[in-house]
Design a protein around this ligand. Structure first.
Ligand code: SME
Length: 152
C-alpha cells in the first residue's frame, strides 16, 4: 500500500502544479483511513495561505504567531499533535479534528509551506504513517523544487 501511494503521488505531478497538489491531497485522504482534512498552506508576506486541499472549508490565512502549521513552518520540523485540545494556540478550522500532523515543504532547500493533515481520532498518527507521510512530503518537495515557482 505504502509503495503504491508514493508511486501514485509521483505520477500525479505534471505541469499543472495547483492540480497536482489538489490531486495529492485527495489521494492521501482517499488512501489513509480516518482523515477529515488534508491540504497545503504556503508562505507569503508573513502568513501561511491556504492552497489546494480536500475536506471542509478551512482558514484562508494562518498567522505565524500561533497554530500547529506555523509551529512546523517556523521550526522546519514535522509536528505531530496527538490531541489538538492540548496544543496551546491550536487553530480549529474544522471542529471535527482531534489529532493533526504538519510536515514542512521545501523548494530547493528553502521552506515554502506545509502539508497539514487532520484526523477526527485522538492519537491517529503513529510511527508507520508518520514515516510514510515524511516520504510523501519529501517527494512533494522534490516536485516543488523542479517547478518554476516564485519563492518569496
Ligand atoms: N489546525 C491548524 C490550522 C489549519 S486547519 O487544521 C486546516 C493549525 O493549528 O495551524
Amino acid at each position: 500500500m505504502k509503495e503504491i501511494l508514493i508511486a501514485q503521488i509521483d505520477e500525479l505531478f505534471d505541469d499543472n502544479l495547483i492540480g497536482s497538489l489538489a490531486n495529492t491531497a485527495a489521494a492521501i485522504k482517499m488512501q489513509l483511513a480516518d482523515l477529515n482534512w488534508v491540504g497545503f498552506y504556503f508562505y507569503h508576506e508573513d502568513a501561511l495561505w491556504l492552497g489546494p486541499f480536500c475536506g471542509k472549508v478551512a482558514c484562508s490565512k494562518l498567522p505565524l504567531q500561533r497554530g500547529v502549521c506555523a509551529h512546523s513552518f517556523l521550526e522546519k520540523k514535522v509536528t505531530v499533535v496527538n490531541d489538538v485540545s492540548r496544543f496551546k494556540g491550536h487553530i480549529a478550522c474544522d471542529s471535527e479534528s482531534r489529532s493533526e500532523i504538519v510536515l514542512p515543504l521545501f523548494a530547493k532547500e528553502k521552506i515554502i509551506g506545509v502539508l497539514d493533515i487532520d484526523s477526527p481520532l485522538i492519537d491517529r498518527f503513529q510511527a508507520d504513517d508518520i514515516a510514510l507521510l515524511e516520504e510523501i512530503a519529501k517527494l512533494i518537495s522534490n516536485h516543488l523544487s523542479g517547478h518554476h515557482l516564485k519563492v518569496s
